[in-house]
Design a protein around this ligand. Structure first.
Ligand code: MLT
Length: 428
């Protein structure tokens, strides 16, 4: 029996259908609200508003559950690979051996980028933030593959664009880093797996032999899995709304990269390390900063703690915490900044002030620590987040287009001046 919700307004009763998803989440379908009552809803930040129905990712903030296409994040992080998870998110099912081999071969075939893109890269000063370089190069793909601009693009064209994005994003990310370092770029080495190829393009130097550390490559693969999708977060919602105008997938993903760049979203992992480095520079007294965080008159806020959706713990953080401990031990990393991080983590997990406010370490806290231990430079942390989130953005864009969703066009409540007559400047 279908459920419904009733609304009474100015003596009139209205009834709206309630839809329930496969995990028993319920939503009031207000598609006819304005036409029937003249009312709209107001929900800044959309914290109580469902933008769509999606079959890609399920998360439960109270229970700390995260599943991609029904598979637990814990299982995927332990048993799968980033490319296999990318296939799962985008096409809906885990690939057969043959499907996986075809997918991997296609991606390997497309890792190279047009030489003219280097001219775009060379136009950026070395102080350009790599996220701005990355979003620009991804959007530039519209120029090299103009068929992607056709709103009536074929499924084959969409799939080719998907393969190109997954194949070329590591190349662009590594090139953005090389531009920042003032080093010559490295071309892809298709004899390597996805993460090893990226690490070699990042860190190999001319005339020096570079061997990828399998511990680093495996840790990076796990990190990318953990970041691959997260339902309707800010950057994913951006990708969907840009795609809803029938903009190309390259333009939509470029917009998602820019949304992720913000310190309140993907930039949080960079802010975590910058906070830790500031504490270290100020003498390394973690307790001083924990007290500052508790002082409501002090503007200092702990970065990397708490989450908008997860109320008790972020399941990804639990997995990354263990991976960080393993990697730091295996690599023999001894970093005073990481010691400060452990003091803050211990306090957040044991101090009632932080427990009461659900300020537990989140995915950004640990990802910043592990990226630092892997030798990834701080302003590349958000680029790593983008590299991981790419298959999720693609899957969500593809789902939105396949479901024929309309262009996104929210309403507003106007609070400005009422009608008034124009007054010429000499009479004001
Ligand atoms: C994410 O993974 O996108 C972040 O945790 C932010 C979010 O989900 O709102």
């Amino acid at each position: 029996m279908s459920e419904s919700a009733k609304l009474s307004f100015k003596g009139q009763d209205y009834e709206f259908p309630v839809i329930t998803g496969t995990e028993n989440e319920s939503a009031i379908d207000i598609a006819k609200l304005r036409a029937s009552s003249g009312l709209i809803t107001l929900d800044p930040g959309y914290k109580n508003t469902g933008a769509t129905k999606s079959a890609i990712t399920f998360l439960d903030g109270e229970e700390g559950i995260l599943r991609y296409r029904g598979y637990r994040i814990e299982d995927l992080a332990e048993k799968s690979t980033f490319l296999e998870v990318s296939y799962l998110l985008i096409y809906g099912e885990l690939p057969t051996q043959a499907q996986y081999e075809d997918f991997s071969k296609e991606i390997t075939h497309h890792t190279l980028v047009h030489e003219d893109i280097k001219k775009i890269l060379e136009g950026f000063p070395s102080n350009a933030h790599p996220m701005g370089v990355l979003s620009s190069m991804i959007c530039a793909l519209t120029a090299f593959y103009p068929a992607s601009l056709n709103p009536n693009r074929s499924e084959e064209e969409v799939n080719l664009s998907i393969i190109r994005l997954i194949a070329k994003m590591p190349t662009f990310a590594a090139w953005a880093y090389k531009n920042e370092m003032g080093h010559p770029v490295n071309y892809p080495d298709n004899s390597l797996d996805y993460c090893s190829n990226f690490l070699k393009m990042m860190f190999a130097l001319p005339a020096e032999k570079y061997d990828v550390d399998p511990v680093v490559s495996a840790a990076l693969d796990k990190l990318l899995i953990l970041h691959a999708d997260h339902e309707q977060n800010c950057s994913t919602s951006t990708v969907r709304i840009v795609g809803s105008s029938q903009a190309s997938i390259y333009a939509s993903i470029s917009a998602g990269i820019n949304a992720l760049w913000g310190p309140l979203h993907g930039g949080a992992n960079q802010s975590v390390i910058e906070m830790l480095e500031a504490i270290k520079a100020d003498g390394g007294d973690a307790k001083k900063y924990l007290d500052k965080a508790k002082d409501k008159n002090d503007p200092f806020r702990l970065m990397g703690f708490g989450h908008r959706v997860y109320k008790n713990f972020d399941p990804r953080a639990k997995i990354i915490k263990k991976a960080a401990d393993d990697v730091l031990e295996k690599l023999g990393v001894n970093d005073p900044v990481l010691e400060i991080a452990k003091e803050l983590e211990h306090a957040a997990l044991n101090d009632q002030y932080f427990i009461d406010r659900q300020l537990y370490p989140n995915v950004d806290f640990y990802s910043g620590i592990i990226y630092r231990a892997l030798g990834i430079p701080t302003d590349m942390f958000t680029v790593m987040f983008a590299l991981g989130r790419l298959p999720g953005w693609i899957a969500q864009w593809k789902e939105m287009r396949e479901n024929g969703e309309p262009i996104g066009r929210p309403r507003q409540v106007y609070t400005g001046a009422n009608e008034r007559d124009y007054v010429s400047m000499n009479k004001r």
